[in-house]
Design a protein around this ligand. Structure first.
Ligand SMILES: [Fe+2]
Length: 345
């Protein structure tokens, strides 16, 4: 094993003053902070947000702040390791709970970070992305990928709430985060691509010479299809819980460059003890109750709750009754950087 390294205080004050004057600092007192041995030492701590506690606060925001004054009426889920107000739930994942009331709309913009919305409750809400009108039904995933114009509207008569998951922290770190505002988009008068070109798994529009599919050909992943697929997986899947990754139907790759989404189904009483993963993650419960241990911390969860785990966390799930959960993670980014890793427990 290596020796402990010298500390800043081991150096004479006069020399330290000279270093500061010159705008430099010695690496050795700081090196272990940025290069700990064996595994990262995450700042992120496991977080848990109970939807029943969050919901009245969100509705109160609807009373206190008109949407015109908020543009996006969102309560940010801050990583407990970084404290309230932190614009991130893990090192790479931003999560926010967004409220849209009947008749409200949000102006069109596009930005460098990518977002996925998981619809939590309500009916009649919709997003328009790249002129495609995407209905928002409970459990649906709706994509607003980097650079794509998007706005929201609400034709229903109840509040609509969704969970935003963005790779915003990565873009903030890169000093690459910005938005451009625009006019509301014209809407194509047709159902979204999940109901047209990509209605059935394994089928895509005929490839013709010179034809190139859109970068993000499918922008909505209806929950009804996901749940049916999970149930079928579970029926024939053996002892392991059913898990399905959301993918781009043209390329087979993850739906976003940075973030991955996995739908999970637990049978009543079923448990899972995944390997230690180098990716940080968040879990959003669609239906069901259960308990999850994250590095020894016990989280009791129910429908519409959200919780998080840092990198290399020891995670154990135990479902009480039949449960559906969506896992949000940054494996796609780590794959691209070439270091995604899983370690046996
Ligand atoms: Fe946006």
């Amino acid at each position: 094993m290596s020796e402990p390294l010298a500390e800043l205080e081991d150096l004479p004050q006069a020399y330290r003053d000279e270093l500061e004057q010159a705008g430099v600092a010695p690496l050795w007192p700081m090196m272990r902070n940025v290069l700990p041995h064996g595994a990262p030492q995450p700042v992120t701590q496991a977080g848990y947000w109970n939807y029943q506690a969050l919901r009245p606060l969100l509705l109160k925001a609807g009373e206190l702040t008109p949407v015109e004054k908020a543009e996006r009426r969102v309560l940010v889920l801050s990583d407990p390791g970084r404290g309230t107000g932190a614009m991130q739930a893990t090192a790479s994942i931003y999560l926010g709970m967004q409220l849209l009331l009947p008749g409200e709309s949000a102006p069109a913009h596009r930005h460098t970070p990518s977002a996925v919305r998981i619809i939590v409750e309500g009916a009649g809400g919709y997003s328009v992305v790249d002129s495609e009108r995407l209905p928002m039904e409970e459990g649906d995933l709706v994509l607003t990928p980097s650079g794509e114009w998007h706005d929201h509207g609400h034709d229903g008569d109840e509040p609509v709430v969704w969970l935003d998951a963005l790779d915003l922290p990565v873009f903030v770190q890169l000093e690459g985060s910005y938005a451009i505002e625009g006019e509301l988009q014209p809407q194509r008068n047709r159902p979204d691509a999940s109901e047209v070109e990509y209605k059935a798994a394994g089928l895509a529009p005929t490839r013709r010479p010179g034809h190139r599919a859109r970068r993000f050909p499918m922008l909505r992943y209806p929950w009804t299809g996901t749940e049916a697929a999970l149930r079928q997986m579970a029926a024939y899947g053996g002892d392991e819980i059913a898990e399905l990754d959301y993918i781009n139907p043209e390329t087979g790759e993850d739906i976003l460059p940075t973030l991955g989404f996995t739908a999970m189904m637990f049978g009543a009483g079923q448990s899972q003890r995944p390997p230690l993963r180098s990716s940080s993650c968040a879990f959003h419960v669609i239906k069901g109750h259960g308990r999850t241990e994250v590095d020894g911390q016990v989280i009791e969860w129910g429908p519409k709750d959200t919780f998080t785990a840092p990198v290399f966390a020891a995670i154990s799930h135990q479902a009480e009754n039949e449960a559906f959960v969506i896992r949000i993670h940054d494996r796609p980014l780590q794959d691209k950087l070439g270091y995604y890793e899983e370690r046996a427990r």
